[in-house]
Design a protein around this ligand. Structure first.
Ligand code: ADP
Ligand code: MG
Length: 440
């Protein structure tokens, strides 16, 4: 089997991280007339294969068969065949390098990151950037909801780069730290030190840049930092909970620069990925947990990976208190209070907006925009209504999230929709359907 031989020779040549990202996610579909068709998860994988990995197929293929094997790549959407069930990966977690100086969390490495449908493109892009900073995707921009692994991947890039280049200067900051450092540098008249600190790096990681919203002077400074690094070919990686053009009051020139590189979203993991994440966590903590219990827990918490980890900690604590083994029924007991107490406080305005936009088949930018046509105005008001009903956000905050509207607009929308609900059964049904999507 050519594929097995190919796997062997890639394994010998690539790091385990690369092997997992590129080879493990690929599958041979057919070999006909010397043409080997290989399915890969995303177009990014396809490019990478074509650029970096395909020649080996020709070489190895020739060695084995004496014929010229021509590889070609299709992504999962293009592949006409059904996807075979993914195989769970069982591998021992490796000891982790500690990298204090860059402020990186030693646990957030590629080794501890589980690849799944919602994050494989982001993972692949992270790996490309980590192996070859400053050349392919600059800046690299991750966006997506809370607790889905953006920060983890960002740190993994830093660790990986430091493994290859131990003397490289890597700097990780949250956007708030950047803003604070900048403001302090003005107050203390240390602008030069600030620039030294932020511009003399090979890799700058800035997390959660949605908090640059409405910070004019900080944005100005970040613009110059960005330009200095970019022009020097230094890698920049950014994250946010949404796309740059959806961040209120983010300067246009920053929005357009952020689009120079690659933006990748991370979406919530499916059940299989959540189970794999728990399995890996449990192994790292040396917990003995049966598989069906792991998938039970994964089935209970379905969006946020941080909450998923929290659930595992809770189950573990519960077992310790009761000096019992971890079983499915124990897990059910441990999570019962968590679930009922959780309510809907975890919903974000963004989730509500996305659900409403999807439900009414309109675009996010219209939902948050100023168009006055009824087909958009009503969904917009519904999204505001639900944001008020289902989250703890203040009226001004909700207004801000809808393209910077005034809080009185939100009050008006809320009243309007409440009236409609009271007077129309259709509206009642639609709202409860959307609520169902959001709360389950
Ligand atoms: P975000 O920055 O998107 O809010 P984080 O990167 O902080 O999310 O991730 C939240 C938690 O979930 C972290 O403890 C992280 O290690 C873990 N996590 C997220 N994605 C994965 C993954 N694919 N595999 C393993 N752990 C993950
Ligand atoms: Mg984060």
């Amino acid at each position: 089997d050519i594929w097995l031989d190919l796997q062997e020779s890639y394994r010998a040549e690539l790091s385990p991280t690369s092997y997992n990202a590129w080879i493990d996610t690929a599958q041979p579909l057919s070999l006909q007339n010397n043409q080997l068709i290989i399915e890969v998860p995303t177009s990014l994988h396809k490019n990478y294969w074509e650029k970096n990995l395909a020649t080996k197929i020709v070489e190895t293929g020739f060695k084995l068969t004496g014929q010229e094997i021509i590889p070609s790549f299709v992504t999962a959407d293009e592949a006409p065949l059904l996807e075979p069930a993914a195989k769970p990966k069982e591998e021992a977690p490796k000891p982790v390098e500690v990298t204090k100086k860059a402020m990186l969390n030693p646990k957030y490495t590629f080794d501890t990151f589980v690849i799944g449908k919602g994050n494989q493109m982001a993972h692949a892009a992270a790996l490309v950037v980590a192996e070859d900073p400053g050349s392919m995707y600059n800046p690299l921009f991750f966006y997506g909801g809370v607790g889905l692994g953006k920060t983890h991947l960002m740190h993994a890039i830093g660790h990986h780069m430091l493994l290859n280049q131990p003397n490289a200067k890597v700097k990780y900051v949250s956007s708030e730290t950047f803003a604070n450092d900048f403001i302090n540098s003005i107050q203390n008249k240390t602008a030069e030190e600030f620039r030294q600190e932020y511009r003399n790096v090979e890799l700058l990681l800035v997390d959660d840049i949605q908090f640059f919203a409405e910070k004019e002077a900080t944005q100005e400074e970040f613009f110059h930092t960005f330009n200095a690094l970019y022009n020097d070919g230094k890698q920049i990686v950014l994250t946010s909970d949404r796309l740059p053009n959806e961040i209120p009051k983010l300067q246009e020139r920053l929005v357009s620069r952020f689009a120079w590189g690659l933006s990748v979203d991370i979406t919530p993991p499916d059940l299989e990925t959540r189970t794999a994440i728990l399995r890996k966590k449990a192994a790292a903590e040396r917990l003995e947990i049966p598989d069906d219990t792991l998938s039970y827990i994964a089935g209970q918490i379905d969006s946020n990976i941080r909450e998923l980890e929290g659930a595992l900690v809770r189950v573990q604590a519960f077992a310790t208190i009761n000096s019992s083994d971890i079983t499915t029924s124990l897990a059910a007991d441990a999570l019962k209070t968590l679930k009922s107490g959780r309510g809907h406080s975890q919903l974000s305005i963004l989730q509500i907006q996305e659900e409403v936009a999807k439900y009414y088949h309109i675009q996010m930018k219209d939902l948050k925009g100023k168009k006055r046509v009824k087909s958009i105005v009503v969904p917009r008001q519904i999204a505001m209504y639900l944001s008020r009903e289902l989250t703890d956000n203040s009226l001004p905050k909700i207004g801000a999230e809808f393209g910077g509207k005034d809080h009185t607009t939100v009050i008006h929308a809320h009243e309007k929709i409440q009236q409609l609900i009271d007077s129309s059964a259709t509206m009642q049904n639609e709202i409860s359907e959307i609520k169902n999507f959001l709360l389950n």
